[in-house]
Design a protein around this ligand. Structure first.
Ligand SMILES: [Zn+2]
Length: 161
């Protein structure tokens, strides 16, 4: 079981507020610690919801460049190195990765990544290990998200909204 999170300023147990996008933010009902971060996240979410119109052409082109590097370049390298015999493995692995990257959005508390606000492991806490692992996972999934953005961005450009 996870230990109860305590407020770093007044040591009361903190409340975790879940946002609709799956991220969660700790804040303290007693002294208000973390409440501004939660409000900023809520405001940011409203902003992305009301954001309309198609993406910029430069953005979509950049996403296709990433797609080229992430999906096409390894495929070509694989074909050159070993012919078609690993093609099926590559396709299945890439498909799984892309599905995962575009369905999973890891959320973590970036104020608790390790000792003294650094990424140095805190040997007395598992929470920082978990936050670092989630941050690394998000980084690993980022190129796959770019592939998704390339496809949906192109669709939205063509549709014009
Ligand atoms: Zn507090």
């Amino acid at each position: 079981m996870r230990p109860v999170e305590k407020c770093p300023t007044c040591n009361d147990p903190v409340i975790r507020e879940e946002l609709p996008d799956g991220s969660s933010f700790p804040f303290c009902g007693g002294c208000g610690w973390g409440a501004d971060r939660l409000e900023a996240a809520r405001a940011g979410e409203l902003e992305t919801e009301t954001e309309g119109g198609p993406p910029s052409v430069a953005f979509v082109v950049a996403m296709w460049v990433v797609t080229l590097l992430v999906v096409v370049a390894p495929l070509v390298a694989l074909l050159v190195a070993s012919g078609t015999k690993l093609l099926l493995h590559y396709s299945v692995a890439m498909f799984c990765y892309l599905v995962l990257a575009n369905t999973v959005s890891p959320a973590w508390d970036d104020t608790n990544m390790g000792l003294w606000g650094t990424r140095i492991n805190n040997p007395f806490s598992l929470e920082d290990d978990r936050n670092r692992a989630l941050a690394n996972l998000a980084l690993f999934l980022l190129p796959g998200k770019a592939v998704g953005e390339a496809v949906t961005g192109t669709y939205r450009l063509i549709r014009g909204s």
